[in-house]
Each structure stands twice: as structure tokens, then as C-alpha cells.
Design a protein around this ligand. Structure first.
Ligand SMILES: C[S@@+](CC[C@H](N)C(=O)[O-])C[C@H]1O[C@@H](n2cnc3c(N)ncnc32)[C@H](O)[C@@H]1O
Length: 279
């Protein structure tokens, strides 16, 4: 489902309008995820986990974000792994908005990218119907991917990498940006609801979308990557990352998507950001 440039430009105009009257600037990433955020909601702990995994595989990890869009998440990673690069098939997304393409984002499809081995490949949300896992798998020792609970890849739905010779290390859940968006709209942007506290609480019960993060590794880096994640979680439990959040995380808190918040609508593993290791 590739972008249509006209649609992109129209959406960008709406985004600019929103910015002009935005009383709550941190909301924009959950309303215009492509322009001002990402298609998955994250906190700094997610960045810390991924950086820890990468650093456990190599002291100078070679990192790629495949399908990075404008590079919102990639830029966060680059604060810790400055040589991290991105690849984004659609150079038109930059042209359409008259944005320069950063020199660390390569605007070609992964299928045509020079064959190089990466310690970590990150895939942040492939559009439904798009599936470039085979190419990612060929070029990475460790793959970290996010996908939504509705199923995206091929007939089986999930975007797993087991079939490409990877073993699952762990997974966790974060809110879907769509749920954050609904919550924001209900709480702050819909007059008939913003004043009705009961209605807000009722609607909050319906949030059920969420986003999975899966970590896969090839056998040669499996133990290192797993230990890196475990060490990061120990730091998290010790509170190391607690006071060092991105400003936009306040929106997640405000909308009831706290770190380790319990999701009432799922049956098992109900806590957001709770990491489950594969047995
Ligand atoms: C849903 S967007 C997600 C963008 C970003 N990761 C995020 O979460 O905001 C998927 C991106 O993957 C890009 N893409 C799709 N197929 C690709 C391919 N074969 N190679 C590189 N990028 C691709 C699309 O152009 C799009 O920008």
C-alpha cells in the first residue's frame, strides 16, 4: 500500500494547520505519526533496550533501520549509535514536503541495497501487504521488529523471522498509536466527550490495539543479544531509565498507557512494556 504523493501533501497541509493552533504540541506525533513520530508508540526504555542489544553484539554495532520513513526513531537511536543508518524506499516522501534527505538515510528499496551484513536491523512497522522480511533476514544477525496485533505480513498475519533461520529472544507490547490517538481525540478534541468523565472512562475500556516488539537473532549472536537485553532490564528495574524520559511520554501517561500499565482487553501478558523471554 504505497503512499500517494497527493494524499501525503494533503495530510501535510492538515499537519501544518494543526501545528498553527496546537495547544498541546506533544500530541502531534500521535495524530500525524508519519510526519512527526512513528507508527508505533515508544518510550526511551524501548530505545535503551535496542541500544543495549546492539552494543552486546558489537562494541561498534552496525545498525540499520529498514523502512525508516523520515527517521524519527532512527534519530533517537543515533544519539547512542551515531553511525546508524536508515533505508527508505520512497524518496518522494522527502521531495513532496521539500525536506532534505539526511545523508544517513538511503532512499532505495532494501531489495536493491548493497549486500552488507548488519549487526542489527530494525523494522518499524511494515504497511499491511508489504513484506520485505526475506531481504532483511539476509543482511542481519539480529532483527528487531514491531508489528500490530491485527496481523500484517502475508497470509499468516504476524511478521516473525523464525522461518528465516532466526530464533526468537523475547517480545514486549507497547500501545498502538491508534489507541493513543483515539484516547487523545476522546479526551481533548471531541467536545461532547471531553466534558463527560464517565463517557471517557467507558471509551477507555475499548482500547485493544497494541503493538508487538519482537527480538530475533541468529545462533551466533543469540546469547550476547539476550544477555544485553537482560542487563538493560536489570537497569530498568533499578530505576536507571525512569527519570530520563522523552517529553512526548507524558501524553502516554496522561492517556493511561503507563509503563507496565495493565491492558484489560488482552488475556495474557497484560502489562505494557513487560518483556517475555522465549523459553
Ligand atoms: C508504515 S511506514 C513506517 C515508517 C517508520 N518506520 C515509522 O514507524 O514511522 C513503512 C515505510 O517503509 C517504507 N518501505 C516500504 N517498502 C520498502 C522497501 N522495500 N525498502 C525500504 N523501505 C520500504 C515505506 O516507504 C514507508 O516509509
Amino acid at each position: 500500500m504505497p503512499f500517494k504523493i497527493d494524499d501525503l501533501q494533503r495530510a501535510f497541509l492538515a499537519y501544518k494547520q494543526f501545528q498553527k493552533r496546537a495547544l498541546r504540541p506533544c500530541d502531534e506525533r500521535y495524530i500525524f505519526p508519519f510526519f512527526a513520530g512513528s507508527y508505533f508508540a515508544y518510550r526511551k526504555v524501548d530505545v535503551a533496550r535496542i541500544v543495549a542489544i546492539a552494543n552486546s553484539i558489537s562494541s561498534a554495532p552496525i545498525y540499520i533501520d529498514v523502512g525508516c520513513g523520515y527517521g524519527d526513531f532512527l534519530n533517537k537511536i543515533r544519539e547512542f549509535i551515531p553511525d546508524a543508518i536508515g533505508i527508505e524506499k520512497e524518496k518522494n516522501i522527502f521531495f513532496a514536503l521539500n525536506k532534505p534527505i539526511p545523508d544517513y538515510i538511503y532512499s532505495i528499496p532494501i531489495e536493491c541495497f548493497e549486500k552488507k551484513k548488519f549487526d542489527v536491523a530494525f523494522v518499524g512497522w511494515m504497511e499491511p501487504g508489504v513484506d520485505f522480511r526475506k531481504n532483511v533476514a539476509q543482511s542481519a544477525k539480529c532483527v528487531i521488529t514491531t508489528f500490530d496485533s491485527g496481523g500484517q505480513c502475508g497470509v499468516n498475519g504476524g511478521c516473525e523471522y523464525d522461518e528465516f533461520g532466526f530464533d526468537e529472544i523475547a517480545w514486549w507490547r507497547t500501545p498502538s498509536w491508534i489507541d493513543v490517538n483515539y484516547e487523545l481525540m476522546n479526551r481533548f478534541y471531541t467536545d461532547s466527550i471531553t466534558t463527560n468523565e464517565l463517557k471517557k472512562q467507558e471509551l477507555a475500556k475499548f482500547r485493544s490495539a497494541h503493538n508487538f516488539w519482537y527480538v530475533y537473532a541468529k545462533p551466533e549472536v543469540y546469547d550476547d543479544a539476550k544477555n544485553g537485553l537482560k542487563m538493560c532490564l536489570e537497569e530498568e528495574r533499578g530505576g536507571l531509565h525512569c527519570n530520563d524520559n522523552y517529553d512526548f511520554e507524558s501524553v502516554l501517561d496522561e492517556c493511561g498507557f503507563h509503563y507496565t500499565e495493565e491492558l484489560m482487553t488482552v488475556r495474557t501478558c497484560k502489562l505494557l512494556w513487560d518483556v517475555k523471554f522465549a523459553s
